[in-house]
Design a protein around this ligand. Structure first.
Ligand code: SF4
Ligand code: SF4
Length: 321
């Protein structure tokens, strides 16, 4: 028979819900080993190069994939709000004002040309999904990563997931911009095993220009996170830096980020993430402006130079990851 306390906890788990816009299984780029990554909705930054723009809004969004559409018209027929129509040239039109994001069209579209990014999941759902991959975690030293968006925006849901996964002895990582309330990152520091901490630019003005926010809170949170992990005697930080020619790849910036990384007592390494434009199509599908049209991925010699700057500080720096 279930004890009162256990019943209370199970009931609490059912009530704890978050908004997740994607789940990536068998990921080898979101922390050590093979991982299951949950992408949580909402981000206070709007980085020009974001490759998950569907995760920025804290609300669900309807994402279209016109290249998959077979023109069957089922979306027009099933929408209870009359949000879909066909234009004179035969193309589909979607009226955002009428759409209630009920998801019926996405569920019935045969080739999945419509997607609702942002579905509610309970704590139990997350744990159930993670448990399916335990054999892979055990084999590879992997675990679960929470990414986004900014996962610390949904802090209550995130902490509940971390605690439950900790009970299950599953390794946990948080992929964060570091832009959040200090108390949230410090609470996470008491539970999570690894922080994948993004540093995009050391200059506060340039940081604000390209991401929409200053890096003041981010750098302060990074220092406090490091101190907390030292005190806890457990948990590590991995710095992740997107490398974007013409934005943050100058020697001065790279040296400053390398120096900052080297000052962290709980640093496990640095990942240099070369910019790529694979997210561009999503901007079109979301009818959002893509500001990176004129930017190219970094050349291999520039990536090698960047890695060198970090390695000269004695840091284990790798490309990608
Ligand atoms: S239901 Fe899907 S495939 Fe059919 S017309 Fe609508 S978007 Fe296109
Ligand atoms: S999500 Fe619902 S309301 Fe919006 S277009 Fe699809 S069926 Fe219509």
């Amino acid at each position: 028979m279930m004890t009162g306390r256990r019943a209370e906890r199970d009931c609490g788990e059912k009530m704890t819900r978050g908004l997740v816009f994607d789940i990536k299984r068998y990921s080898i780029h979101d922390g050590p080993g093979i991982r299951t990554t949950f992408f949580l909705k909402g981000c206070p930054l709007s980085c020009w190069w974001c490759h998950n723009p569907e995760g920025i809004s804290p609300q669900p969004v309807l994402l279209r994939h016109p290249n998959r559409c077979i023109g069957c018209g089922r979306c027009i027929a099933v929408c209870p709000s009359g949000a879909w129509s066909r234009k004179a040239d035969g193309r589909l039109s979607h009226d955002k004002e009428k759409c209630t994001l009920c998801g019926i069209c996405a569920d019935t579209c045969p080739p999945s040309a419509i997607e609702i990014a942002g579905r509610e999941m309970t704590l139990g759902d997350v744990v159930q999904e993670a448990q399916k991959d335990i054999p892979f975690y055990d084999e590879s030293g992997g675990g679960v990563t929470f990414s986004g968006g900014e996962p610390l925006l949904q802090s209550r849901f995130l902490f509940a997931c971390l605690l439950k996964l900790q009970d299950e002895e599953i390794h946990t990582a948080i992929d964060t911009s570091g832009y959040c309330e200090e108390k949230n990152i410090l609470e996470a520091a008491e539970i999570a095993d690894l922080f994948l901490f993004d540093i995009k630019h050391i200059d506060p003005k340039k940081h604000e220009y390209y991401t929409g926010v200053s890096n003041r809170i981010i750098l302060s949170n990074l220092g406090k996170l490091d101190e907390t992990l030292v005190r806890r005697g457990r948990g590590r930080i991995n710095i992740r830096m997107p490398l974007i020619p013409g934005i943050n790849d100058d020697t001065e910036n790279l040296e400053a980020v390398a120096e900052l990384s080297a000052s962290l007592k709980t640093l496990s390494g640095v990942n240099i993430l070369p910019y790529h434009s694979t997210g561009e199509g999503k901007y079109r599908n979301l009818v959002m402006e893509y500001k990176m049209g004129n930017y190219l991925p970094p050349r291999e010699d520039k990536i090698a130079e960047a890695l060198d700057i970090f390695r000269r500080q004695g840091i284990e720096a790798v490309k990608g990851g």
